[in-house]
Design a protein around this ligand. Structure first.
Ligand code: G4P
Length: 526
């Protein structure tokens, strides 16, 4: 098969949701369809058990297991599907944000009882930044959920995206009868059944036909009215608006009951984008180019002291990756080859000979990689779009053993290269502030500094609200720094960052300094 065919059959995406909406269940159902697993319950996903929230070693153990299923690959209807798993735990949200930079589209799972939840809003912000096409799956329709029109309104309002229903539920909860598929005028009748795929599909020519009254009885008129309203309010589905990230098609179903999942998967395979062109620092790189290129979007450290290796996740963006071929590590200006790259699926990691744009390759790493690093076949460019987001929790790193300063420096440099947390430095005084999205990361850092680098530290909470990267007029920035020097730090790439204590302080800084732009992600460099 030639390169272009290989690339065009790939669909690389992530399933995202607020914890408990049904991401794991849906993933598992997809894998069952794809024949990648044989029984329900086989997916050891990145889902971290609620009971383990205070025990990060336990969480790390689970994450270790889940490396094997970080990328799940299967073939269905002639397409090659790569599902990139994302951790459900809030403290690992950064991991999820980065994974979203490596996919071409996402499926967003919403719980029909709870509607749009906090983490969903954050995840969608990241999708919107890159115009990632989104399909919404409203799950758990077997439960007494919210009115579907209300849910659609909420999606549009809170997620700032237009929606277009593709299927429509007939009642909900205990009275749930099934869905009407708006795109091919057929009914799919519901039977709570966790293993069998629903077969009761009835196609109709006209919603006004008496057959519909026969099938739905008292609910027929309600459906007709709903469909009229949908056609009037939402218009026709336009695939181009979906592909540009402007409209999200919406499906209703129940992952647990395997209802609506096949339709979702098949429509997804039909409309979701294959690997797309990506912007690099120099030019737009198309996946069909013969020459290989890719970037590292995630680094997973092994906490087991007997196996110190790290695993770097490489997203192939163009051409073909090959085992034992020399590639160019752009940041280090160094040529490297990889003797044992691997795929993630299967219990034992399988050795990989080659991979195409859209695929994710696991590389053993001894410290050569940072998140965002680019590999090419010789050309000098860096991929864009792996931003840092403003952390939510800030603490100052205090060295407890001055004899081990060097170890501490090296340790914190390397851990922050992996993306465990963000490091901000303040001069004079070489103060170090660590920013994370969750408390757990501080435990992780403290533990790893002690065990891997033999350095002791403690953390002192610092009451910052947001980190803002600054750009703009140089003299205005210099003036601002003079006035605010206690709150000015530099990130690892020496960019200037303002640590604002409160949103009020940040807003007044924005108002009083029109010549400075304050960014809450480091994406402005891109
Ligand atoms: P997550 O990965 O998004 O965190 O969610 P997960 O799939 O683990 O689902 C969360 C809970 O919701 C699970 O119940 C799961 O069985 C249930 N669930 C998923 N899909 C549906 C659905 O379509 N209808 C209904 N009624 N429930 C659904 P749990 O009790 O937390 O776990 P378990 O003991 O069932 O595994």
């Amino acid at each position: 098969m030639n390169l272009v065919n290989e690339i065009h059959k790939r669909k690389t995406f992530a399933i995202i949701s607020h914890p408990d909406a049904g991401k794991t269940t849906l993933t598992e159902k997809f894998l069952l369809f794809g024949g990648a697993i044989q029984t329900a319950g086989a997916v050891k996903s990145n889902k971290i058990k609620k009971t383990a929230t205070s025990d990060f070693m336990e969480i790390e153990k689970q994450r270790g297991i889940s490396v094997a299923t970080s990328v799940m690959t299967f073939e269905y209807n002639g397409k090659l599907v790569n599902i990139l798993d994302t951790p459900g735990h809030k403290d690992f949200a950064e991991d999820t944000y980065r994974t979203l930079t490596a996919v071409d589209s996402v499926i967003l799972v919403i719980d029909c009882v709870k509607g749009v939840e906090e983490q969903t809003e954050r995840l969608m912000e990241v999708c919107r930044m890159r115009n990632t096409p989104v399909i919404v799956f409203i799950n758990k329709v077997d439960r007494d959920g919210r009115d579907p029109f209300d849910l659609l309104d909420e999606l549009e309002k809170k997620l700032d995206i237009s929606v277009r229903p593709m299927s429509w539920p007939i009642n909900g909860g205990r009275d749930f009868k099934g869905v009407y598929k708006l795109y091919d005028n057929s009914f799919n009748f519901f039977e709570a059944n966790k293993t069998k795929i629903s077969k009761d599909i009835v196609r109709i020519d006209d919603l006004n036909s008496p057959l519909v009254d026969e099938l739905l009885e008292k609910d027929a008129d309600k459906l007709r009215a709903d469909v009229d309203l949908i056609d009037g309010v939402y218009g026709d589905f336009d695939i181009d608006y979906y592909l540009s990230g402007d409209v999200a098609p919406v499906f209703f179903g129940s992952a647990l009951n395997n209802f609506g999942v096949k339709e979702l998967l098949e429509k997804f395979l039909e409309i979701a984008p294959y690997p797309q062109a990506r912007q690099s620092s120099e030019r737009l790189v198309t996946p069909e180019e013969n020459k290989f290129s890719g970037f590292i979007f995630k680094i997973h450290a092994n906490l087991d002291p007997r196996h110190r290796d790290r695993i770097a996740f490489l997203r192939v963006c163009s051409g073909k990756f090959e085992r034992n071929k020399f590639f160019h590590h752009v940041r280090l200006d160094k040529n490297m080859k990889f003797a044992s790259p691997f795929t993630f699926m299967a219990d034992s990691k399988a050795l990989l000979e080659d991979a195409f744009a859209g695929d994710v390759v696991g590389l053993y790493d001894t410290g050569n990689f940072k998140i965002g690093d680019t590999l090419t076949e010789g050309e000098d460019f860096m991929y864009k779009g792996v931003p840092s987001f403003s952390p939510e929790i800030f603490k100052e790193l205090i060295n407890l053993d001055p004899m081990k300063s060097k170890q501490l420096e090296k340790g914190i440099e390397q851990l922050t290269d992996e993306g465990v947390a963000q490091l901000f430095r303040q001069d004079p005084g070489n103060r170090k502030f660590i920013g994370t999205v969750g408390e757990l990361q501080f435990e992780v850092i403290q533990y790893r500094l002690e065990n891997e680098y033999n350095a002791k530290c403690r953390f002192e909470p610092r009451n910052f609200h947001k980190a803002c990267w600054m750009t703009g007029d140089k003299s205005a920035i210099d003036e601002f720094i003079k006035f605010r020097h206690k709150n000015i730090v530099k990130d690892k790439d020496d960019n200037l960052v303002f640590l604002a204590e409160t949103s009020w302080i940040l807003n007044s800084a924005i108002e009083q300094n029109p010549k400075i732009t304050f960014h809450t992600t480091s994406d402005f460099k891109i």
